[in-house]
Write a protein that binds this ligand. Sequence first.
Ligand code: PMV
Length: 363
Amino acid sequence: MQEQDFIPQSKRDTIDNGKVTWQSPSNIALVKYWGKKENQIPANPSISFTLNNCRTVTSLEFTLRKDSEKKGDVFDFDFYFEGQKKEDFKPKIYTFFERIDKYCPYLKEYHLIINSENTFPHSSGIASSASGMSALALCVMSLEKQLSPSISEDYFYKKASFLARLGSGSACRSVKGKLVVWGDHVNIAESSNLYGVEYSNEVHEVFENYQDTILLVDKGEKKVSSSVGHNLMHNHPFAEERFKQAHKNLDALKDIFNTGDLNNFIEIVESEALTLHAMMMSSNPYFILMKPNTLEIINAIWAFREATGLPVCFTLDAGANVHVLYPEKNKKEIFQFIEDKLLVYCEKNQFISDSVGLGSKKL
Ligand code: PMV
């Protein structure tokens, strides 16, 4: 599908008002997206596990505006987060609406009330943009579906992912589960720069219900936002090699998903995490998002893996928190290790237990 396919062509029905609700999860990238071109086109393909427990639930109430209520060509909406009206969140949503205006011209015809809440603590340092933007994009698509009932399910989800991408790149991987690829890759059929697609090749059973224990090392606001970080990949001395490496790692993961080779899985996933942070450390200006306890955790995981041979590894997002990944069948011993040795490095011993999930759901 092309970008133009997401511009509605046919005449729409008229609906006076209604309400839709979606829940959508966060995701954790195995091959990372870091660097983008214009219009949120990724500089390299990425793949992620969709998560199950870290979710945003968003409802969208819409009421057709009377002509007399239309104050120029603007979006008219109120935003509530966890029951509180939030003016400071509105600019981000306004920018999102502006970006999707061309694809969703009906939005300006309505007064919108958006209510959003997360199942994970807001100030946990866990990015809520993937779950939040995908949940909102799905609500917008449910409105579109009511206005144009003939759109297919395939179109619905592709466009939801396409819109989510314009809110936050990685959000496009949250619409579906369990593994989602975003970005053109020669060896992954249907892969696209415009939206995420479910990884449809064979996946070994060891990856079923893969566990992700998220260690909350630092719950503060990030010092450098993802969008600033992405931009620093322009003119980055290692950018081209890094983008090539992501393609190669995705190829390697294809085989690994097929065979269930966890040693190679661990090698790729950890290398991707450290490469992401190496890109930050070698940007101009350079920056570091890891904290001393991030490194303590990484070293403890390596020591434990060496001592026990158990297939536990880490990955990182653009922050100090650590995602500890392991197969469900090793949950007992590995979780015991996390409790005994890793939680001391977390703020107030806090963590989130998560695992691979199926994607978004209409409520
Ligand atoms: O979606 P953004 O623009 O917040 O970028 C997120 C990028 C990483 O989380 C660091 C990696 C990824 O692929 O999710």
